[in-house]
Design a protein around this ligand. Structure first.
Ligand code: F6R
Length: 256
């Protein structure tokens, strides 16, 4: 894992944006795995400002709430169109977001997995992290080999996401999410985390044992993971100084 610690979320996001832009420029028909929530908002603004060519890219979103329509203001469909897709030249037919209204959820999840496979697999998977260590909506005790499926949100995650909906009661209980096994098949994972409330989850994910009690810790099994953090999210890492030294002394030929 490469751990990049920056003074602010703005600075950490700029590095993440460079990485994503590098992938898009190098492989114009790349397959991107995308996340929602507060964490990637600034990154999406940066990417829009870079005016990259999205016309040949394919995207797969990590997750969606079950039982709300794509037009619902808090659906991840709305989130993605409002914050990214509407502002870039992505082709609608290349955008994939789980269908929260699918009649047959297991069949839908299987077809989502097949679509990722047929697209050639995910080149770069963007991830945020929950305060409990979830990635996608793979909550604690999710199988580390899991595939795309329905999951039930924990009370903590519903509480954390209440601000999007106005109240906790309105946060759906169920979601469709890419599995941890699916995420681990991406060629490169980019995990972003900002703020003090993510510090514990990050420390456990990066330096703790691999455990389904912190689903992000499964990323330790992946050979190419970049973690972009601000100071606060990095504050509980034991080897902070080491990570800073490594980043500051990266040989010029090594890309981010
Ligand atoms: C969203 C997702 C979740 C979020 C996580 C953090 O697509 O996959 O894992 O990344 O819940 O959410 P924020 O960024 O709102 O703190």
């Amino acid at each position: 894992m490469e751990i990049i610690i920056q003074p602010t979320a703005e600075a950490a996001t700029k590095i993440a944006a460079r990485l994503v832009a590098g992938v898009i420029r190098e492989k114009p028909a790349a397959v991107l795995g995308l996340a929602t929530g507060s964490t990637p908002l600034r990154l999406y603004r940066e990417l829009v400002a870079l005016k990259l060519d999205w016309s040949r890219l394919t995207t797969f979103n990590l997750d969606e709430y079950v039982g709300i329509s794509p037009q619902h203001p808090q659906s991840y469909h709305s989130f993605m169109w409002d914050n990214l897709f509407r502002h870039v030249n992505v082709s609608v037919k290349n955008v994939n977001i789980p269908d929260g209204l699918a009649n047959n959820i297991p069949a839908f999840c299987e077809s989502y997995e097949r679509k990722i496979f047929s697209a050639g697999g995910i080149d770069l998977q963007l991830l945020g992290i929950g305060t409990d260590g979830h990635i996608g909506f793979n909550e604690q005790t999710s199988s580390l080999a899991s595939r795309t499926r329905i999951k039930t949100l924990t009370p903590q995650t519903r509480k954390d996401n209440a601000h999007f909906f106005g109240s906790e009661e309105q946060v759906p209980h169920h979601v469709i999410t890419l599995g941890i096994g699916t995420i681990l098949e991406s060629r490169h994972c980019l995990l972003l985390a900002f703020g003090k409330k993510k510090a514990r989850a990050i420390a456990e994910a990066v330096e703790g044992p691999i455990t389904s009690m912190n689903p992000a810790s499964a990323l330790q099994l992946h050979s190419k993971v970049t973690v972009c953090l601000d100071e606060e999210a990095a504050s509980e890492l034991k080897l902070q100084d080491y990570y800073r030294w490594v980043f500051d002394h990266k040989p010029g030929w090594q890309k981010i």
